[in-house]
Design a protein around this ligand. Sequence first.
Ligand code: FE2
Length: 392
Amino acid sequence: MNPTAGSDHPQTEIDALLGADVLERLDKPTAEGTALPNVAYTSEAFHRLENERLFRRTWAFAGFGHRIPKAGDAMPAEVAGQPLILARGRDGRVRVFHNVCRHRGAKLLTEAATGLRNFTCPNHSWSYDLDGHLRARPHFFGGDKHEAVRGTCHRADLVPVRCAAWHDWIFVNLDGRAEAFETYIKPLADRVAEYDFSTLGHGGTLTFDLKADWKLAFENFIEPYHVFSCHPWLHSFVTMKERTAPAFDGHLLYCGYSFQATDPARGEGLPYFPGLSEARRRRGDWFVLFPNFAFEVFPDQVDVFVAHSLGAGRCREEIVCYFVGEGATSPDYAAARQAVLDNWQALNEEDIGIVERMQEGRRSDGFDGGVLSPYWDPVLQQFSRLVVEAMR
Ligand SMILES: [Fe+2]
């Protein structure tokens, strides 16, 4: 394992790609500054550096707990280009390991599995328990001379990855050196403390493949400036005059609005979080937890948005909807849940059109970071700064 993979001179490498004055441009007052230049969205070299630095050094979103609900459930995942295993142990805890056999390096798990007691490598049948300890190595000392005693060779245990779960959401820190997870999550957890997330259940998932960089997906998610132009139907419920600019606090970006009447596409009639204040019962808020986890919270639901980088200019988005109590599973609310999913499908198709156009535009010599709105766009500079600072 090499937790510090990459060049010894990260700053030089980043400066060579982005220009040595990149932070200067990002730090200027928004009306005179820019966001990230084209190369951050189009270059395979930049994508490689993102994997080596940004996604390894930060807490990064890795997967959903409800996809491995029972002890012995496991699934493959990928963060920073690293193949991983997310596994639920007999104690109910999720653990994360590098998804590779310690003997000859074959990938251990290629698809989700359930009811596992061990991970067994098909190459020479080495097996590991759900805690990652080597269990057995058939014929290891010669024909019929097996090693079958757990814990005899810790050097051959699976390599654990630092991980943490917050509600249904599993995060990893690959280099093991990021701040404590509690510190990382606190600004977000504090802002949504009034909502009892333990009442949430999974109610549906949408997946989209985009010909666009993961950063454009999140940048578009956080800014509401495009709503009047790209989402006329949404705008008919909350106009630009009722919207305020996104704000930020370090690695947390956030925005929200108060509404007068329930938007029918939010799934009318769904049960609300218990004990919400009157103000929260008429409010929607959304958050981006840098780098790759976002959600919207309404009185009756949480809709998680993640975008997984697949290379320069390619990503896979998932929108995962959660509802309160019976709202998540009861057939009585099936139509309301479907209305929410249909609305996200339509809304996100409108977004994908524009996000892919922005990706196309980043091949143009006529664009190099943009001319920004001093009111709506400071958050885009902040997102850009977080990218650069994590990589230098
Ligand atoms: Fe949008």
